[in-house]
Design a protein around this ligand. Sequence first.
Ligand SMILES: [Mg+2]
Length: 258
Amino acid sequence: MESPRSVRGTSRRVVLVDMDDTLFDHSLTCRAAIAELRRERAFLRRQPLEQLWREYLRQLESTWATLSPTRAAIDEARRERWRRLALSCGATPSEGEVAALSRTYRRHYQRLRRPVPGTRALLAGLHRRAPVVIVTNNERAEQEEKVRFLGIGEHIDGLVVSETVGVGKPDARIFQAALRAVGARPHEATMLGDSWANDVVGARRARIRPVWFNRFGVPPPGRGTVAELRSLRPSGPAMRLLLGDDGPAPRAPRSRRL
Ligand SMILES: [Mg+2]
């Protein structure tokens, strides 16, 4: 990572960007890891893969809003997800078995990880024109490892993680910490992220312009007009949208899709 560059004027934007399921393909890595675990544990085959996967992601999303971002709380949340998934399959594993499930899942997850297509090219293009800061909920060590895995360290100016800040998205304070890291003000920034609840709502709370990364083309889950990106391919319109040269967000239609 380079040292932060200052923001000059108001036309030059700072790009804040989420990590999981925006740059790093958490969802499909998760699906592949659960599929692997399901091949090894017969009781998990009582539920379809799709159902286990969606339930895992649902629990993950619902936990982050209330989770204390400490190592112990994160480890317990990981075990709790497997406790519940096992129960949903009609199994009641011991605490030792729950811990083993959680550990084995993590091992598969690490082995099967992958970037969201376009990640490096997009960040390289953005970073030539503006400071780029990753804003993410998780443990710092894990997110630093993802930066290394993705090979994007040279294209970012900062990595702001909930474990370090003490609060996670959608709390406005984590976005404010990211702005401070590059000496920027809210109106100079764009926040790109896949989570409506964390990235879109959180950015709005911090008075930052959100761009929703809607990779799977689902309907907007919340109210309000928001600019929308469906691919990280660094096209001209995508770059203008993220760098804030694309004018104000439209009132209609409901969203812009690139
Ligand atoms: Mg995300």
